[in-house]
Design a protein around this ligand. Structure first.
Ligand SMILES: *Cc1c(COP(=O)(O)O)cnc(C)c1O
Length: 404
């Protein structure tokens, strides 16, 4: 049996596929915004499993729903009905104002499912000639890790030696509505885009971008597919990030926080007949829509609303952002964020963000670097003002250190 941090790391390195480079902390317990390592050290979680644990670690009500359902029924497959699926549909549709729901498991599966459905819609409703459907995506996108998805990534690391890739995708710059207008052809079926690019380093598009995008998509009968897997469910201080510009996507993708971190649950939501084109036998998933997933997701959505987490994300996000902006450190190039989706971009001369994350770890904060020079900050949405202030003191102390 492994016991020390060194042992755990060595065993992972020996037996595991080396496709991650985690911060050297081995966690064994979590509660709310806090996690504890195997030595009993406590950390404020400023990553929240890439926003999947928005409701806080081991939320008692989601836990209770999961345990209760696990005792009753966990999996039926979609060969039979189960008594959790219909209530899940009703609640997610009511929460998001959607008309059709397709339950899946991982975020990448939701993206793949959306790609399949908008193509089908394109051929059967829009009238695009078979095999000619085009989907427009953005540079620096992150939509998951399946072959279909990495094929339209612009990150060489993500794509290299995984090809050949599927055709049918056109890449334009993010935040550039004129580029979208120029890229649309009669065969364009959809524009797939993140409201804020998370993995790219919390990149917020210019104000008015999505209003223009919505107009262009409507004018050309192109489905606007918003990947809200990271931005959705309160992360940016609104239920959906699209609400910041008062628009509505045709297809919305949710995942991550849809289960509060207990279980992989994702969903494709559509406001029109996109999902209506799918017929029995044409798409599915053994685990998609299973009763355990539905019970967990129902509880995860309920606590998000009942416990005011979305409003709290707006309030604490503003406090966190202001606090970060007040830090006077020549290591900082830019601070940006919306709600509790925040990032500190360092000057290249300040050294790698990874070292700052390690220094934060020593001070009791877990945050994750992205793209060499960016520290991303996304605590659970249950964070309090005192905890934000506690975190800010430690960010200030760390960012004024010089590691270069
Ligand atoms: C995390 C993420 C995904 C992929 O979700 P997985 O559950 O890891 O497959 C897709 N899109 C966005 C925007 C994400 O942040």
């Amino acid at each position: 049996m492994s016991s020390s941090v060194i042992d755990f790391l060595a065993t992972e390195r020996r037996l595991g596929t080396y496709n991650y480079e985690p911060i050297g902390v081995v966690l064994s317990r979590g509660e709310g915004v806090w996690v504890w390592d195997i030595e009993g050290n406590r950390y404020l979680d400023c990553l929240s499993a890439y926003s999947a644990v928005s409701q806080g670690h081991c939320h008692p009500k989601i836990l209770a729903a999961m345990v209760e359902q696990a005792h009753r029924l966990t999996l039926t497959s979609r060969a039979f009905h189960n008594d959790q699926l219909a209530p899940f549909y009703e609640e997610i549709a009511a929460l998001t104002g959607s008309h059709k729901v397709l339950p899946m498991n991982s975020g990448a599966e939701a993206v793949e499912s959306a790609i399949k459905s908008v193509r089908k819609w394109g051929y059967e409703v829009k009238g695009v000639p078979d095999g000619q459907a085009e989907i427009i995506v953005c540079a620096d996108n992150f939509h998951g890790r399946t072959l279909g998805i990495v094929g339209f990534s612009t990150d060489p690391e993500t794509r290299k030696h995984f090809g050949p890739f599927a055709p049918g995708f056109k890449i334009i710059p993010f935040g550039d509505a004129a580029a979208l207008e120029a890229a649309i052809t009669p065969n364009t079926v959809a524009f797939l885009v993140e409201p804020i690019q998370g993995e790219a380093g919390v990149i917020i598009p210019p104000a008015g971008y999505f209003t223009k995008v919505r107009q262009l998509c409507t004018a050309s009968n192109v489905m606007l597919v918003l990947d809200e897997i990271q931005t959705g469910l309160g992360r940016t201080g609104k239920l959906l990030a699209e609400q910041h510009e008062g628009i509505e996507a045709d297809v919305t993708l949710l995942g991550k926080a849809l289960s509060g971190g207990f279980y992989p649950v994702s969903a494709v939501l559509s406001n029109n007949d996109v999902l209506g084109t799918l017929r029995p036998g044409q798409h599915g998933s053994t685990f998609g829509g299973n009763p355990l997933a539905c019970a967990v997701a129902r509880a995860a959505m309920r606590v998000l609303v009942e416990e005011g987490m979305i409003e709290n994300a707006a309030r604490q996000g503003a406090r966190f952002l202001e606090g970060l902006k007040d830090i006077r450190a020549n290591t900082i190039r830019e601070v940006r964020g919306r709600g509790l989706m925040l990032a500190v971009e360092l000057h290249p001369e300040a050294g790698r963000a990874r070292r700052y994350c390690e220094a934060l770890q020593a001070k009791g904060i877990l945050a994750k670097d992205t793209h060499e020079h960016t520290i991303r900050i996304a605590p659970p949405l249950v964070i309090t003002s005192d905890q934000v202030d506690w975190a800010l003191e430690r960010f200030a102390a760390t960012l004024t250190q010089d590691f270069s």
